[in-house]
Design a protein around this ligand. Structure first.
Ligand SMILES: *Cc1c(COP(=O)(O)O)cnc(C)c1O
Length: 367
């Protein structure tokens, strides 16, 4: 960390949230509703590189109406969590993975590269400063949101020459309240999320903006999430708007859509592939036809489907609905999570919360 020591000056919040109010929030944090006392900001310009790094009081950003991000959406983000272990210590999970992905997203969106050690130190600095905001309840965490945006005041179309990196944090309870209830999914046949050569593998706000109309249709059909097909043939299932997918076959083998231009490389996805191997499952990464899911459930060949991501961890999928039919992979389990979904979820959260050995060195101690 020596290269980045001194990069971030600390400007403490003179008016932090009162302890009683903070405890009230931590007892029932919800998701993405409340924010900690501080945030990290670091500026970049071509002439000065990364500079003016600081931990400062959480608060509004003041933007000129001509700030580039507001017009051309040159923006990327990350999502990670800090976990409190039983002994009170605080840890993040594979932060270097997020840092590397952030660099790939930057590259795709023509934003500057933030070095891995700076990314990790910025997250550590915020979590350390606001450690009192890391909840200790079961399945709670401090959700950390690093992001970067084009902050140059300029309406011309070219990569911005001023970028701002920011980290904020929000205490989090379960993303889908109610434990491990299977979510229903709407199969979007009208809209796609990502095209070959597009931005699907970058974690950028624009992908989410493009997915919201399909998400709205999902809601209109009584579904919690939307599944997207490939943009070329509309034949292969790729992922949800913000989560990767796994299909568990009755023979115990597992398949997940392979990475490419249009599938986001999830930390959770990558970790689950390893953990499923430990549990004795063979995981195939390849293109997955939506027919394998739809007809597989009907034929009894697919016994479980689950989605995964940092925010929602591992979420069982129940009904897949489309225009003209539905298939329910939770029905064989009485509408609950199936055994593989439950086992791999437990294996992951046990490592994250320090209840199982961290054989792969995934945990990073913050304090
Ligand atoms: C963030 C994200 C995921 C999940 O990635 P994790 O690293 O596991 O949180 C999956 N799909 C999309 C589109 C995402 O933005």
């Amino acid at each position: 960390m020596n290269a980045v020591a001194g990069l971030l000056r600390v400007d403490p919040n003179p008016q932090p949230v009162e302890e009683a109010r903070r405890e009230e929030i931590l007892a029932a944090p919800g998701f993405g509703l409340h924010f900690t006392d501080h945030m990290v900001l670091i500026e970049w310009t071509p002439g000065r590189g990364w500079h003016d790094g600081r931990v400062q009081p959480y608060g509004s950003l003041s933007l000129d109406p001509a700030t580039a991000v507001l017009h051309y959406a040159q923006e990327i983000f990350e999502g990670m969590k800090a976990y409190r272990h039983g002994d009170g210590s605080v840890w993040t999970f594979r932060p270097e993975f997020n840092a590397a992905r952030f660099q790939r997203s930057s590259w795709r969106m023509a934003l500057p590269q933030l070095p891995t050690d700076v990314f990790v130190e910025a997250v550590d600095a915020l979590v350390r400063t606001d450690a009192a905001w890391v909840p200790g309840g079961a399945e709670t965490s401090l959700y950390v949101r690093p992001f970067m945006y084009a902050s140059e005041v300029f309406l011309g179309v070219r990569p911005a020459e001023h970028a701002t990196f920011c980290v904020i944090a929000s205490p989090a309870g379960p993303y889908f309240p109610g434990d491990l209830k299977p979510v229903s999914i709407w199969l979007s046949q009208d809209y796609t999320r990502a095209a070959r050569g597009g931005t699907g593998a970058a974690k950028c706000g624009g992908n989410y903006a493009a997915s919201l109309i399909a998400q709205q249709q999902a809601t209109d059909h009584g579904c919690a999430q939307v599944a997207f097909l490939d943009a070329v043939e509309r034949r292969y299932v790729e992922e949800l708007g913000g989560m990767n997918l796994f299909l568990v076959r009755t023979d115990g083998s597992i398949v997940t859509p392979e990475l490419g231009d249009s599938v986001l490389d999830g930390v959770t996805r990558d970790s689950l592939i390893s953990l499923l191997g430990d549990l004795g499952h063979k995981v195939e990464e390849r293109r997955v036809e939506v027919a394998e899911w739809r007809e597989g459930v009907a034929a009894g060949e697919v016994s479980e489907v689950f989605a995964c991501g940092t925010a929602a961890v591992v979420t069982p999928v129940g009904v897949l609905k489309w225009d003209g039919g539905q298939a329910d992979s939770a029905a064989p389990h009485g509408g609950a999570a199936g055994p593989v979904t439950s086992a791999v979820r437990a294996a992951l959260v046990d490592v994250q919360y320090g209840r199982a050995a961290d054989d792969r060195g995934w945990l990073h101690r913050v304090r």
